[in-house]
Design a protein around this ligand. Structure first.
Ligand code: FES
Length: 187
């Protein structure tokens, strides 16, 4: 099924699929093929793909439509209706900016804009190197720390524009140290 869908793409669309995405698409094709079409329900199928792979690749939606015998429009409509779904792969450092009421009042939008500027991506996007992804989320349950941001698993409290810079710098330094450590181990 995947090969058939890939064959309908033009060269630039094919070139946009990198190795990681191709591996996800292959896995989704196998998962879909392992279940009898009549036993698939749209929403649970999308949830399973999202849970397992962290996002819904565009071509995975086409495969789901084909396997369920429905239209891509219907699949896309359901996927975009629920905000639990994302359409870009999560970055290795997923950044979630809280924009619940307390964080909004304390300048959450400005924090989100600062991350967007610093990372060169908009909310719901992933950087080209897949290092960062950025999204806005509703209250994460620690309003006393507003404005709050979750970086990976860690909650960052009282975030300011200068702290945005510090958060990214810390990630970059950690990455650099890990790369040096790996170099050392290989030599
Ligand atoms: S509104 Fe941001 S933690 Fe509650």
């Amino acid at each position: 099924m995947l090969d058939r869908i890939l064959a309908t793409l033009d060269d630039s669309e094919k070139a946009a699929i990198d190795e990681e995405e191709y591996a996800v698409l292959n896995a989704v094709a196998e998962e879909l093929a392992a279940v009898a079409p009549g036993a698939l329900d749209l929403l649970p199928t999308l949830q399973r793909i999202q849970t397992k792979h962290g996002y819904l690749p565009r071509l995975a939606l086409r495969m789901v439509a084909e396997q369920l015998g429905t239209t891509i429009g219907k699949v896309y409509g359901i996927a975009t209706f629920y905000n639990q779904f994302r359409f870009n792969p999560p970055g290795r450092n997923p950044i979630k900016v809280c924009l619940g009421t307390a964080c909004h009042v304390k300048g959450g939008e400005i924090i989100l804009e600062n991350f967007e500027r610093r990372l060169g991506i908009k909310e719901n996007e992933t950087s080209a190197d897949r290092e960062y992804s950025l999204e806005r989320v509703a209250c994460i349950g620690c309003c006393a720390l507003a404005p709050a941001v979750v970086v990976g698993e860690k909650v960052e409290a009282y975030v300011t524009p200068s702290k945005v810079e510090g958060i990214i710098t810390e990630i970059e330094v950690r990455k650099e140290m890990a790369a040096r450590e790996q170099d050392k181990n290989e030599n």
